[in-house]
Design a protein around this ligand. Structure first.
Ligand code: SAH
Length: 464
């Protein structure tokens, strides 16, 4: 970041502009929105500038800029549309201590003026350090569309109400009140008329003051297989509102980024927690924070209801009467099967699919191997790397075809995703040889669809 964005207090400060043509006009239209004292030096000022001077919006000195003209000025704009004149005036202003901007000359400017979305007092400044003005304009247009024009009015009325809101306790209660105002009661009142906003705000405060303190709550949220775009909108919203986020090892950093900056982030996936103490510790953390009234997101990879030890956590908080709900997520099997272009079930092949775990707390997990060894069975095996040899042995022992396809998808949906194609006969050796360090899902009975693989092998141009 070469340019650090700040918002400058302009009230009563001097801002000087040299130039009276189109470049100066463009800057002045922006500057006139501020509360600064603006002075323009121009021998031939455009009629608009003369008009603004006549109505007291700025001071016009109808001669060229010279020494002493930027004494006590905070900012100086060289907008002469003449590079020699820009250079001369900027040198003077700089020597007199003003920060200088030369229109259309990024390299010699000390500051740049961003593209601005104005919903005063809400102001969004967009900068690309001169790299892509087109991009800045596109972002501006997009934001202009998205931020309702009434937002500024809401914010202004809200600002005047700040002191009254102190009647609510600091923290969540106050935050809930403002959220309710900006996203619910405020816009609703605004749709009727601006005059409705103040009464709505008064009524809202009354409601929130009467509300008993919000009790703690746990949302068990499925964080999906890793790609943040595979989060549900509900998961995003829950993250956005959480006071405390308790997350597992497989949750990707991009997803954690989505939590509020003030949220307490607790990593319970660290190595060092023994498997049994870990679950107790997690349960205790849930209870402790919920009893303090926190809105907790318990973030689990994939879908929380699949090999997630969800029930133990629900039991723990149920014992204290703490409220909870589940937000479903995309499980690893869904992401992995998508990556190989296959279906988990298919007419005429398999009318059921099993989700298995390779091992559980007590060691390798036992299953109905005889049923699975029959032709055309499909299983998604979670936590199947270490148990590959065991699974392979059991299936072969029960007469499964050695040529049954087996596909392992490591890091499904993540940038480092890898697909290993093998068969029941060689799966254990192949998995060991591939030395996979990321989470991996093993499909028994599924090979990647040929077309899907061929497609990923092609250079990008050819797939289009
Ligand atoms: N609740 C999770 C599963 C937790 S068990 C879900 O629904 O996906 C952890 C196992 O899930 C890992 O050992 C691995 O088998 C699988 N897994 C999780 N994320 C994965 C990913 N991105 N790619 C492949 N397998 C994954």
């Amino acid at each position: 970041m070469d340019h650090f964005p700040i918002f400058l207090a302009t009230e009563g400060r001097r801002i000087v502009v040299s130039g009276g043509g189109d470049a100066a006009l463009a800057k002045l239209r922006l500057l006139l929105k501020t509360t600064a004292r603006i002075t323009v030096f121009a021998a031939n000022p455009a009629p608009e500038i003369v008009q603004w001077a006549a109505t007291g919006k700025l001071t016009l000195t109808p001669r060229r800029f010279d020494h002493g003209d930027t004494i006590c000025a905070a900012l100086f704009y060289a907008a002469n549309e003449d590079s020699a004149e820009d250079k001369r005036t900027a040198a003077i202003a700089r020597a007199e201590g003003a920060l200088i901007n030369i229109v259309d000359n990024l390299g010699d400017s000390q500051f740049i003026t961003p593209a601005i979305v104005d919903r005063d007092p809400v102001t969004v400044a967009i900068g690309t350090e001169g790299a892509a003005p087109v991009l800045a304009r596109a972002i501006k247009a997009d934001l202009e569309e998205r931020l309702p024009t009434g937002l500024g009015t809401l914010a202004r009325i809200g600002k005047a109400f700040r002191n009254a809101s102190y009647a609510l306790p600091f923290g969540r209660a106050r935050r809930d009140f403002w959220r309710d105002y900006y996203f619910n009661a405020g816009p609703k009142a605004m749709r009727e008329s601006e005059q409705q906003v103040q009464p709505a705000l008064d009524a809202l405060l009354e409601t929130h003051l009467n509300k008993t303190a919000r009790s703690g709550h746990v949302a068990f949220v499925g964080g999906g297989p890793g790609d943040p775009e595979l989060l549900t909108l509900k998961a995003r919203r829950a993250l956005d509102e959480a006071d405390v986020v308790i997350y597992d090892r497989l949750i990707s950093p991009e997803i954690l980024e989505l939590a509020r900056r003030e949220a307490v982030m607790i990593d319970v996936g660290k190595e060092g927690f023994g498997p049994s103490t870990s679950q107790e510790t997690i349960n205790a953390l849930l209870v402790e924070h919920a009893r303090e009234g926190a809105q907790i997101v318990r973030l689990k990879s994939g879908d929380a209801t699949i090999f997630g030890r969800l029930d133990e956590e629900i039991d723990a908080i149920d014992a204290y009467g703490i409220g909870w709900h589940i937000v479903p997520g995309i499980t690893a099997a869904s992401a992995a099967v998508a990556s190989i272009g296959q279906s988990l079930t298919r007419r005429g092949r398999n009318a059921s699919v099993r989700l298995l775990t390779g091992h559980d707390m007590k060691g390798f997990a036992d299953h109905d191997w005889a049923a699975l060894a029959k032709p055309d069975q499909v299983a998604a095996i979670y936590m199947g790397k270490k148990s590959a040899r065991f699974v392979q042995g059991r299936l072969l022992m029960h007469g499964a075809d050695r040529a049954t396809p087996v596909t392992v998808v490591e890091n499904a949906s993540r940038p480092d995703q890898r697909v290993l194609e093998t068969t029941l006969a060689t799966m254990a050796d192949d998995i060991t040889a591939a030395s996979m360090s990321g989470p991996a899902l093993t499909f028994y009975g599924l090979a990647p669809r040929a077309a899907a693989l061929a497609l990923t092998d092609l250079p990008i141009e050819e797939t289009a």
